[in-house]
Ligand binder design. Structure first.
Ligand code: G4P
Length: 191
């Protein structure tokens, strides 16, 4: 998506450790117009696939997921990383390992919001090592629901997540695909 690539070139900063800082439009300050256009793009790419719900993980996945849900006209569910006061025991849970923080986190979704007849679209802001997506795959498997696709705003193609989704045989859409970082600059994948 050219608009997004231009924005990454303009406002993204490459930090040590192959981390792209995009907190002035994606995951701290949010540009709602850009989010809206990205939601529309996800909806176009995943049209007519029988998607009934969008799934994501809090917190940075929520904004693009809501916009995708808005354009697909389906509800959006975010897995929680922390126990909520109102979350009961009736949960699907999965472990998500964070390579950046080197900790295991539990994510959970209330069983009431997933139904065996659901076909879900997983949306997230970044696809890096794919651990968040793997956690949602695990929950989908436990709940017996189909995953119709994975949509990410930015994928770092050189990390494990891209392959993980491909190996699962699930269609993957990345609105911006980063092949590498070279001399502090972003190099986008060509295809
Ligand atoms: P994974 O989900 O693909 O496995 O991500 P990984 O463990 O490698 O990274 C952990 C966290 O760091 C994830 O957010 C992920 O979105 C984020 N992340 C990975 N690479 C980048 C990057 O280049 N730039 C930025 N800005 N973030 C990156 P999280 O801990 O789940 O945080 P949040 O959703 O609560 O913000």
């Amino acid at each position: 998506m050219k608009l997004l690539e231009d924005r990454i070139r303009q406002d993204g900063t490459v930090l040590p450790g192959n981390v792209l800082k995009v907190d002035n439009f994606l995951n701290h300050q949010i540009d709602p117009q850009l989010m809206d256009q990205m939601g529309a793009e996800f909806a176009r790419k995943f049209a007519n696939m029988g998607i009934t719900k969008v799934l994501t993980v809090e917190s940075s996945g929520i904004a693009p997921a809501v916009m995708a849900g808005l354009h697909l006209h389906v509800p959006v569910i975010f897995a929680r990383k922390h126990k909520s006061l109102t979350l009961t025991d009736n949960l699907y849970t999965a472990k998500v390992y964070s390579y950046t923080k080197q900790v295991n986190n539990d994510i959970s979704i209330d069983r009431r919001f997933l139904d065996a007849s659901d076909r879900v679209l997983i949306i997230d802001d970044f696809l890096a090592n794919g651990q968040a997506v793997q956690g949602l795959f695990d929950i989908a498997e436990t709940a017996g629901i189909a995953v119709a696709g994975v949509g990410v705003v930015i994928e770092k193609r050189f990390q494990k997540g891209h392959q993980l989704v491909e190996d699962a045989g699930v269609p993957l859409v990345a609105l911006a695909s980063i092949a590498s970082f070279e001399d502090g600059q972003v190099v986008f994948a060509q295809d």
